[in-house]
Design a protein around this ligand. Structure first.
Ligand code: NAP
Length: 263
């Protein structure tokens, strides 16, 4: 039997086990997906490798510190975070959160090339989103509560600009694409962007997936924008990890159904 897993803390409410195990069921792969809350991520990677575990996802608080224990690919190096480790051979580190962002827009027929994008937030999800958008030839503006963090992220992303949240209304009014990569809206009815700034020419991705329909997405939908909920990003980061580990096409619809049933 193959074993895959997730390193993080806490991981008790993770949706990755049912999502990945639905894919194993669909494709008749004899595998399990297990969650772990290790004290030391380096020990965990070495132990997993010794035990023959094939692949690991990595989440808070280990996404950055795991970089010291794997060979990161170019994208993970630029983002500065790893969420997927391939343990077939020497451990390699990848960032499929960025792929999750890219494929979420692709699924909704949003062509990012040449678009003006605003990323709200400057943490891990924002870094993945900003690089995904820039790599797809969008122009990125980072808006964050702590302006210094926005500036630091924008300095790493080609042609990106930075600002605070006070200017976000004007930034969004002129934009084609908006990503909320803050935790604002998670299990609360709040939005990081004033409703008046939203318009029908926007495509809006909210990384928050609890609730699936956030205040931001509701406001954006009411103004005719294309709305993409955070479950798409979660799905496609998992799809990308599955495909990396197994070399097979993921059963996307089955994984999506398993995920959404639990949201
Ligand atoms: P993080 O690294 O802790 O970053 C949090 C971000 O939210 C920072 O930019 C922070 O601003 C901002 N923020 C927090 N509270 C705020 C407030 N009250 N007002 C304005 N800004 C606020 O977290 P993360 O890992 O990037 O995750 C961010 C969100 O994305 C979470 O909700 C997470 O669940 C979600 N996420 C979803 C996926 C997915 O697959 N759908 C993947 C990863 C993350 P400061 O810099 O000023 O503190």
């Amino acid at each position: 039997m193959q074993v895959y897993g997730l390193l993080g803390n806490p991981v008790g409410h993770s949706l990755s086990p049912p999502m990945h195990e639905a894919a194993y069921d669909e494709l008749d792969i004899d595998a399990r997906y297990v969650t772990f809350e290790p004290d030391d991520v380096g020990d965990a990677v070495a132990g997993a490798r010794a035990l023959g575990i094939r692949g690991l996802n990595v989440t808070i608080p280990f996404k950055e510190t795991v970089l010291d224990h794997v060979e990161p690919d170019d994208l993970a190096t630029r983002i500065g975070a790893v969420n997927t480790v391939d343990l077939c051979g020497e451990p390699t580190g990848h960032n499929t959160d960025a792929e999750g962002v890219r494929r979420s827009f692709e699924h909704h027929d949003v062509d990012l090339a040449g678009q003006d994008a605003v990323v709200v937030g400057a943490g891990g999800a924002a870094r993945a989103a900003a690089f995904a958008l820039a790599d797809a030839d969008a122009t990125v503006h980072v808006a964050n509560r702590t302006v210094e963090r926005a500036e630091s992220l924008a300095a790493d992303v080609p042609e990106a600009t930075a600002g605070g949240l006070d200017g976000v209304q004007g930034d969004v009014a002129d934009a084609d694409v908006l990503v909320n990569a803050t935790s604002v809206g998670m299990e609360e009815d709040r939005s990081p962007v004033p409703a008046d700034a939203l318009h029908g020419d926007l495509a809006v991705l909210d990384a928050v997936y609890r609730p699936v329909e956030t205040r931001l997405l509701r406001d954006a939908g009411e103004r005719g924008a294309t709305t993409i909920d955070g479950a798409w990003m979660l799905l496609y980061q998992g799809v990308a990890a599955f495909e990396l580990w197994t070399g097979r096409s993921a059963p996307v619809e089955r994984m999506d159904a398993a995920l959404r049933r639990r949201l």
